[in-house]
Design a protein around this ligand. Structure first.
Ligand code: ADP
Ligand code: MG
Length: 473
């Protein structure tokens, strides 16, 4: 809570004189002089008029222009001005009907949403969510500066009250989203005491997304693997990092894995990148075996593969030492993605203790040393608890698909992620592939959905781009 109510009364204050025995104490009434009240009212009026052009610039400009035309040119001037404005909007409407309609619709919508939703529910929602006190003066209520709309969301720009911070809003995003009947809420900080609340009007990720077209020259720093809630592409960085994908069974871990492999296909085909796949459940990756440079599905072979990756990585690191600081993918030194589905099968559930220990050691070595020499680990995991996967923190980037419990959100995305709106435990089970991720341009986690790469897509990918070298082993 930001401010405390003004507690204390005449009876409880220790500094007030104690009334003498038998004398009734009354609080002295001091009236504010009339001149002070009057000055205060005049000051408020002047301030209102002075700030009006900043709050409603278009309206004030129209009024001033109309008054000016009438003052200097009389009624014909005013009619001329309005006629010209009508002609301009007519020309706009006839020439670019779509842009005109969109502009007008979005303005009207913004006005309507401002009046009917945000202004109407502002104080109750803020009070009940604990962002304002119910009995305080209105000037201690954060103020709505502007509401604007685009095709999918409302943007409410808010002036904060002095002494509060954007984090106060970030910690109440769930309450705000429910309060304004939006599927979610995100806080964007514009500057001191100036934030924008983003409220989607509908869930743009409700429909499954088809696999994306294959790009000829993939950027391994920004692979398109799905869509963000705002409609922009979800770009996953793989080169120079390691990615851990966490979610319960059926959350869609496979779709993140396959969307990533699909985005890399041309690099796999020309030999500048390789995927080394480990599939302990023999379910997920078997379909696309031909795409992988190496493939393992038993505990022993998986550990051998991981240890081979470690040896190759260390050999490369030795060659680079003192000569090359970062990795550039070539056919001689390809970018190697070690792809591990259900990693806990190896590190926690495998019956052979030696396999578990060796797998864990190899993963720890790869994740801690592989980034700058072109080795990345992309691992999928069901249960993020420490005893199952204590290598979690070696993965710089994480994807939180649907999780079992609220407490797991921060385990995956880092402390404070849940408070900032990453409600991975509340993801609808009917929306597999929906996840929360941290992206570079936003402090708050972003809601995304991976594309759905069907079995037919995978078969076609293997036919078109397969390297098939795993067969040689
Ligand atoms: N991105 C997605 N979009 C739509 N449906 C999906 C998506 N990902 C998964 N699914 C559906 O959910 C099912 C389970 O997904 P899967 O990737 O096997 O989950 P996991 O590997 O997390 O257990 C799939 O068979 C598919 O029907
Ligand atoms: Mg799976």
């Amino acid at each position: 809570m930001m401010r405390q109510p003004k507690v204390g009364s005449a009876q409880s204050s220790p500094t007030l004189p104690t009334p003498a025995q038998g004398v009734r104490w009354t609080t002295p009434i001091v009236e504010t002089p009339g001149i002070v009240v009057l000055t205060s009212w005049i000051w408020r009026l002047v301030r209102f008029l002075l700030t009006l052009p900043f709050r409603f610039p278009v309206m004030v400009a129209c009024l001033v222009a109309s008054a000016g035309a009438w003052w200097w040119l009389g009624w014909p001037g005013l009619a001329g001005l309005w006629g010209a404005a009508a002609v301009v909007s007519l020309v706009w409407w006839r020439t670019w009907p779509d842009s005109y309609r969109t502009w007008v619709t979005l303005r009207l919508l913004a006005w309507w949403r401002h009046v009917a939703v945000y202004r109407r529910h502002w104080q109750p929602v803020l009070v009940i969510s604990g962002l304002a006190e119910s009995y305080q003066e209105r000037r201690y209520l954060p103020r709505i500066r502007r509401v604007s709309c685009n095709a999918w969301a409302d943007y409410v720009r808010v002036s904060l009250v002095a002494g509060t911070a954007p984090a106060d809003f970030e910690h109440r995003v769930t309450e705000l989203a429910h309060g304004f009947a939006a599927p979610s809420c995100r806080v964007v900080v514009n500057g001191p005491r100036d934030i924008t609340l983003e409220f989607p009007r509908r869930d743009t990720l409700a429909e499954p997304l088809n696999a994306l077209p294959i790009i000829d020259a993939p950027d391994l720093d920004a692979l398109p693997v799905g869509q963000r809630e705002d409609g922009s592409p979800w770009l996953l960085r793989l080169h120079g990092t390691h990615v851990l994908v966490v979610g319960v069974t059926g959350a869609g871990k496979g779709s993140v894995i396959w969307s990533t492999v699909r985005a890399m296909l041309p690099a796999l085909a020309d030999g500048t990148a390789q995927v080394w796949a480990i599939d302990p459940k023999r379910m997920e990756l078997a379909y696309g075996r031909d795409l992988f440079a190496h493939y393992a599905d038993t505990g022993e072979s998986a550990v051998a593969l991981l240890e081979k990756a470690v040896t190759d990585m260390q050999e490369r690191a030795e060659r680079y030492a003192g000569k090359q600081r970062s990795h550039v993918p070539t056919t001689a030194d390809p970018f190697v993605v070690v792809l591990l589905d259900e990693v806990a099968f190896l590190t926690a559930y495998h019956p052979d203790r030696d396999v578990r220990r060796r797998a864990e050691n190899a993963i720890a070595t790869l994740t801690s040393q592989g980034r700058s020499v072109g080795f990345a680990v992309l691992a999928a995991l069901q249960d993020p608890r420490k005893e199952v996967m204590n290598l979690r923190n070696l993965f710089p980037d994480k994807v939180a698909l649907r999780l079992d419990e609220a407490s797991q959100v921060d385990m995956v995305l880092g402390e404070g992620a849940r408070e900032r709106g990453a409600e991975a435990h509340l993801i609808d089970p009917t929306l597999p592939g929906v996840a929360y991720v941290r992206v570079e341009d936003s402090p708050s986690p972003v809601r995304v959905r991976a594309t759905y790469v069907s079995d037919e897509d995978i078969t076609a990918m293997a036919e078109g781009y397969g390297v098939g070298s795993w067969k040689a082993e």
